[in-house]
Design a protein. Structure first.
Length: 400
């Protein structure tokens, strides 16, 4: 792997703060900004793997085999539906890896060695999605990466957790990886209307300064719906505020305004089987949409929510509405002159139709995002359809 590759561990031992959502959608946003990006799933929950439509029960090799020395990193990397975005998936077996490696010498550096042995075409970014714990898997990410990126939720307990994380990063830096530092924190599921969020972010800025990024990822139901379709937010609803926010975050990280690639509209395979989407509802929105993809999110924060129209694609949509939908991007693979290495092969196999013409959508279709595929109304449980492991619905605990 090239020395210029930015290797970033996306971590926070607090659960449910947006690590996976950020790894997937920031990775996709960077890819749309013409970077070559690898996202790695180091979490036995396999959420990232499912999010990009890879089956964690798949027999193909995954990062589990890489950690166990049974496969190379290059053997497990796969393309995704986003040009330039690749994934190293997890499998359900990863839950046992910490125990299996318990007596292995040098076990905390296995991922770093795998990165260094990779002969794949160099990536600009490698983002590693960590589990919500500071065990051996997270340690491997911290040893393999130079940067730590911390999604946070601006609530009181966020501060406590950050203290611990800061301590661990300091320890790893001192003993195992002198290059390691926290380079970014981003407020996820952000609610600009609460005083608490402002107060907590103020405290975090006092402690960490500019490491706390200006961009925020606002609460947006489209971000919560996209994984059940196995799509990034840009494939699911490119006109959502979730897509806007992740694009703005990518541009802040890159330090430049770029004209992003626009993905062609990919129809939902199971749409014809689904019942019609419910009629559009009017509901309170949480904040007005940003004025543009590269606009600072902060500008919208002071404005009270407005009444907007949203068509829920699932039950949750009615409680957490989205911004209004401008027309979907007009496009076949409308590139903006960027070269996105590896993209051509990836999209060619994934983007219908065969004649390469853009898929026309009426403005009505563009305004109403599709309902979730019935068979995937909830993300498939990694433990479903057994054959491998009996299926606890709760998070597996590798310690037990
Ligand atoms: N900005 C957002 N708006 C609405 N929902 C969100 C947002 N970000 C994440 N979510 C949803 O919140 C839940 C938790 O997010 P996510 O899985 O990314 O967190 P996590 O930190 O990876 O969790 P874990 O610690 O379990 O790995 C998911 O259902 C996700 O779809
Ligand atoms: Mg996660």
């Amino acid at each position: 792997m090239a020395k210029t590759t930015r290797r970033v561990a996306v971590t926070n031992q607090k659960g449910g703060v947006g690590k996976t959502t950020t790894t997937v959608n920031l990775g996709a946003a960077l890819a749309l900004c013409h970077k070559r990006v690898l996202i790695c799933d180091l979490d036995p929950q396999c959420n990232l793997t499912v999010h990009v439509d890879v089956d964690p029960m798949d027999e193909a090799a995954s990062l589990y085999e890489v950690l166990l020395g049974r496969a190379t990193l290059d053997e497990v990397i796969r393309p995704t539906g986003v040009p330039g975005l690749f994934v190293a998936p997890a499998s359900v077996d990863l839950a046992g890896a910490e125990q299996e490696l318990a007596t292995e010498v040098g076990r905390e550096a296995i991922l770093r060695n795998a990165f260094e042995a990779s002969e794949a075409e160099p990536f600009d970014f490698v983002l590693v999605d960590c589990p919500p714990s500071l065990g051996l898997l997270s340690l491997n990410a911290l040893v393999a990466c130079d940067e730590v990126f911390v999604p946070i939720q601006a609530e009181f307990f966020a501060l406590q957790g950050l203290g611990k994380l800061h301590e661990v990063v300091g320890l790893v830096q001192g003993r195992l990886n002198p290059n390691l530092s926290i380079t970014g924190m981003v407020s996820c599921r952000h609610d600009p209307s609460t005083k608490l969020a402002k107060a907590v972010l103020g405290d975090i800025r006092d402690h960490f300064g500019d490491v706390l990024l200006e961009s925020v990822i606002r609460r947006n139901v489209k971000l919560a719906e996209a994984p059940s379709h196995g799509r990034t937010i840009f494939e699911y609803d490119a006109s959502s505020r979730g897509a806007d926010d992740y694009l703005a975050l990518a541009m802040e990280l890159l330090g430049e305004d770029v004209v992003p690639l626009v993905l062609p509209v990919r129809p939902f395979e199971d749409d014809e089987d689904d019942e019609p989407a419910p009629a559009a509802e009017t509901a309170d929105d949480e904040a007005p949409p940003p004025t543009g993809t590269s606009a600072s999110n902060g500008a919208a924060e002071e404005t009270p929510g407005a009444k907007e129209t949203a068509a829920p694609a699932s039950k949750s949509a009615s409680t957490e509405p989205d911004s209004p939908k401008p027309a979907a991007p007009e496009s076949s693979a409308t590139t903006t002159g960027a070269s996105n290495t590896g993209a051509a092969n990836t999209t060619a196999s994934r983007v219908p139709p065969a004649d390469g013409k853009p898929i026309e959508r009426s403005s009505e279709q563009a305004a109403v995002p599709p309902a979730p595929r019935r068979a995937r109304a909830t993300p498939p449980s990694p433990w479903a359809a057994s054959g491998k492991t009996a299926a606890p619905r709760t998070r597996p605990n590798p310690e037990t």
